[in-house]
Design a protein around this ligand. Sequence first.
Ligand code: CO
Ligand code: CO
Length: 329
Amino acid sequence: MSPEDLAQVLSVLPKFDDPNLLVGAQTADDAAVYKLSEQLAIVQTVDFFTPVVDDPYLFGSIAAANALSDLYAMGAQPLMALNIVGFPRKSEKLPLSVLKEILRGGSDKATEAGIPIVGGHSIDDPEPKYGLCATGTVQPGSHWTNQGAIPGDRLILTKPIGVGVITTAIRAGVCDLVVEQAAVDSMKALNRQAAEAGRKVGVRAATDITGFGLLGHLKEMLKPGLRASICFSKVPVFDGVMALMKEGYIPGGTRRNHAAVASHLRLDPDVSALEAILLCDAQTSGGLLFAVGPDKAHSLIEALTQQGQTAADIGMFESGESTLIQVSS
Ligand code: CO
Ligand code: CO
């Protein structure tokens, strides 16, 4: 759903006032954090979606990596997960072997993350859906949130963007295989090593880049008094994405993301409208976005690079009355 529609719907729900709920729904964070004791908090998240690629095993891997990413974005250690499955009961086109492959992909990814999938729930659904409800643990207070960045902090991104555009082109049957492979490899990759690098160095705030796109999730890190400036040319983008966008392969969700943040954007004259839309591209299983003190930015980039991760310094937080995002070329 679009960020605006979601905010409107969620506004009718009661707000909880529980001192043990360290992170709830108010700050649109990646997962909830609930303190059980001074040493232990549980971290809970859920994510599922329709297939982004044709190969069922890959779809399962990507959906699981995407769901677990919200735990990594909180600085949590994954503990276990449950499957969420929508699948047609009787279908010529989709035999049960397809579902087996989806679940095998999810299970292998969970194993890679070091956790078991301990159960799940399935419903009869004409359009397949898959994901996880995942639980992790963290020491209360040492968890990350999407809040807490301060002016001067650098913004470090750990995966290229553009997979929304690429999966749209894949569905249309026009995507170059090399371009497709790069996006699939990125989507199925866990954010575990990136999170480990962040823990090692110490970061001020974190989130992961998923459905609302880079700028949508960056906006959630802002508040009155804190704005951000990013440099378009520093943002890593998969090869071929701009060309596909010029041919019109732009997901509806990406356009909605752009519309939702447009009033907060200040584009330098040499940043094109298409470039701004690309920065809002709806990602599946995107990278982590860290806010890190300027003194630690270099160490973080080094630690990420050592782990074989993308480490792009794309901009910084600044002080400023309104929650603006300035985009330079
Ligand atoms: Co998230
Ligand atoms: Co999520």
